[in-house]
Design a protein around this ligand. Structure first.
Ligand code: FDA
Length: 324
C-alpha cells in the first residue's frame, strides 16, 4: 500500500492528531516553506506572503459583498523582539486597510504577540493594536489557541476590553468549559466568535467526537443569540448554519445582529449563497510567510485535502522525473 493510500484509510481522528502534531514541527515547517511544490495548495488558503500580495484578494472579497478580518500569520513566538515586530506588522496592516478603504478588522494570536515571553509585553502589544484599530473605527478579534492558553487569553481580553470595547474573543465548542466562558463574556458585554476548535485536545478538557462538539456548538450558539450579543458564527458546516438561521428566526434575532464567518478559500459557494440571502459573511484572510501551522490545521480539518495534496505532489514528482 502506497503512502497516499495509507493516508486515505487512516481513521479521521488519527489523521487529525497526526497532522496537528506535525504542525508543531519546526523542521517540517522549514522544509515545507522552502518547497515550491506546496505553493499552489497553500495559495488556496493563504492570500499571499506579503501585505501587498494580500490586498487585492481582500479588495475582491469586498467587491463580492463579503466582509473580512485579516490575520498576519505567525504564532508560538519566544523572542520579545519578534513579538514586537508582529505587533508592528499589525499596525502597518491596519493603516494599509484604512488607506485602501477596506474593512479595518484584524484577528490576532496571542502567542504571536508575546504570550510565551511575558504577559505584560503581550497585553501592551494587543492594546496598541486595538487602539490603532479604534482610530479607524475598526475591530480586533483575539483568536483562541490550545486549551493551555484559554485562561490567559480571556484574562488579557478582559483587561483590554475594559479600556477599549472594540476587541472580541473566540470560544471553542470543543472545550468542556466553554459554557462558563461564554456566560462570563456575555456578562462583561463582550463579543464572541464561536468556532468548533482546531487543536488536538485531551478528553479531560475537550469533547472528542464530532457529534459532541457540534451539539455543544448549537447550545452555545443559542446562548449567544438569546443574549443578543452580536455573535460571529464561524463554521462551514451547512447543518449548523441552517440551525443558526432557524434559531435566529425563532428567537426574533434580526440579520444585522449576528454574522457568519468562514475561512479564506473554504466553501466560497456557501459564502456567496449566504450573502445573496442577505446575511453578513466575514471571511478570515490570512497572509504572511509563517503559514505552515495554519496550513496544517486546514489539512487536519478535512482529510480529503491531504489526499488532494499528495496527488499533486505525486504529479509534480512524476513531471520532475520525466524532466518536464
Ligand atoms: P467541520 O469541520 O465539521 O466541517 C464542515 C464542512 O466544512 C466540511 O464537511 C467541509 O465541507 C468544510 N470544511 C471545513 N474545514 C475545511 C477545510 N480545512 N478545507 C476544506 N473544507 C473544509 N479555531 C480555533 O481553534 N481558534 C480560532 O480562533 C479559530 N478561528 C476561526 C475563525 C474562522 C472565521 C473560522 C471559520 C474558523 C476558525 N477556527 C478557529 C477553526 C475552527 O475551529 C474549525 O477547525 C474549522 O472551522 C472547521 O470546522 P467547521 O466548523 O467548518 O466544521
Amino acid at each position: 500500500m502506497g503512502f497516499a493510500e495509507t493516508v486515505r484509510v487512516l481513521p479521521n481522528r488519527t489523521m487529525r492528531s497526526l497532522l496537528i502534531g506535525m504542525s508543531h514541527r519546526r523542521s517540517l515547517a522549514r522544509l515545507a516553506t522552502r518547497s515550491p511544490i506546496t505553493r499552489p495548495m497553500v495559495a488556496r488558503f493563504v492570500a499571499g506572503e506579503t501585505l501587498d500580495a494580500a490586498l487585492p484578494a481582500i479588495g475582491e472579497l469586498k467587491r463580492a459583498g463579503l466582509r473580512t478580518t485579516v490575520d498576519v500569520l505567525g504564532e508560538s513566538v519566544t523572542a520579545p523582539e519578534q513579538a514586537v515586530a508582529a505587533g508592528d506588522s499589525y499596525l502597518a496592516t491596519i493603516e494599509a486597510l484604512a488607506a485602501a478603504g477596506l474593512d479595518v478588522n484584524v484577528s490576532v494570536k496571542l502567542t504571536a504577540l508575546g504570550l510565551d515571553c511575558s504577559r505584560e509585553l503581550c497585553e501592551s502589544n494587543v492594546a496598541r493594536i486595538v487602539k490603532a484599530a479604534a482610530a479607524h473605527g475598526g475591530f480586533v478579534r483575539i483568536d483562541m489557541e490550545d486549551h493551555a492558553k484559554t485562561e490567559p487569553t480571556i484574562a488579557i481580553w478582559r483587561e483590554v476590553h475594559e479600556a477599549m470595547p472594540n476587541v472580541g474573543i473566540v470560544i471553542q465548542s470543543a472545550l468542556r468549559r466553554s459554557h462558563v466562558d461564554v456566560d462570563r463574556i456575555i456578562a462583561a458585554g463582550g463579543r464572541v466568535r464561536l468556532c468548533k476548535g482546531a487543536y488536538d485536545e485531551p478528553s479531560s478538557v475537550a469533547y472528542r467526537t464530532k457529534q459532541a462538539v457540534d451539539a455543544n456548538y448549537v447550545r452555545l450558539m443559542e446562548r449567544l443569540l438569546r443574549a443578543d450579543a452580536y455573535p460571529a458564527l464561524a463554521t462551514h458546516d451547512p447543518r449548523i448554519i441552517s440551525r443558526a438561521i432557524d434559531m435566529a428566526d425563532r428567537l426574533d434575532v434580526p440579520r444585522h445582529r449576528f454574522e457568519f464567518q468562514m475561512l479564506y478559500g473554504i466553501r466560497r459557494d456557501l459564502q456567496r449563497t449566504l450573502v445573496d440571502r442577505g446575511y453578513t459573511v466575514r471571511v478570515y484572510v490570512p497572509y504572511g510567510c509563517e503559514w505552515y501551522p495554519y496550513f496544517m490545521r486546514r489539512l487536519a480539518e478535512r482529510p480529503a485535502n491531504v489526499a488532494f495534496m499528495l496527488r499533486s505532489l505525486a504529479k509534480e514528482e512524476g513531471r520532475r522525473i520525466r524532466g518536464q
